[in-house]
Design a binder for this molecule. Sequence first.
Ligand code: MN3
Length: 202
Amino acid sequence: MSFELPKLPYAHDALEPHIDEKTMKIHHGKHHQGYTDKLNDAIDGTDMEGKTIENILINLDMENKAVRNNGGGYYNHSLFWEVMSPNGGGNPSGELAAAINSAFGSFEDFKEKFATAAKTQFGSGWAWLCVHKGGKVDVCSTPNQDNPLMPGIGCGGTPILGLDVWEHAYYLNYQNRRPDYVEAFFNVINWEEVGSRYEKNK
Ligand code: MN3
């Protein structure tokens, strides 16, 4: 049983004008497909075959660059599509909102911290909102396709919101203006999904 490219939960043009159709088509159909195929090649015939992606990443040998890069790429993009929605934006609610207020002071302070993590990640990488066991949330960024599930990476805990800041995620529409892309992302965040991931992983 190998990993399959997950279907996008909306049409390629559904996140316009914030994320454009052409970027979504290439990002999902080429980049994410590529990570998926290479992950399958990398685990073929090993004891990682048949395990969940979370299990593989939590127990990862960080020297295994093929699984680190492609398993990270597979997981990160699978999360990324799910935490966006054409009906997104607005604010979190319920327990997640309380945890964000408790960790950062306010939703506005969280936004600033998350945006700064995304804008200042040097080169390719991701910004994350993670939840630790017990319910505390934290923001961090990681290079390349690393993520906080991997041993010793980022703020630890389970990612519940991720933002791809590789140039392939925004360059067609925003060119070098990463800060504009980061600001636009807040208009498509699916807080219902992020909140449900918070409750499952707290
Ligand atoms: Mn990407």
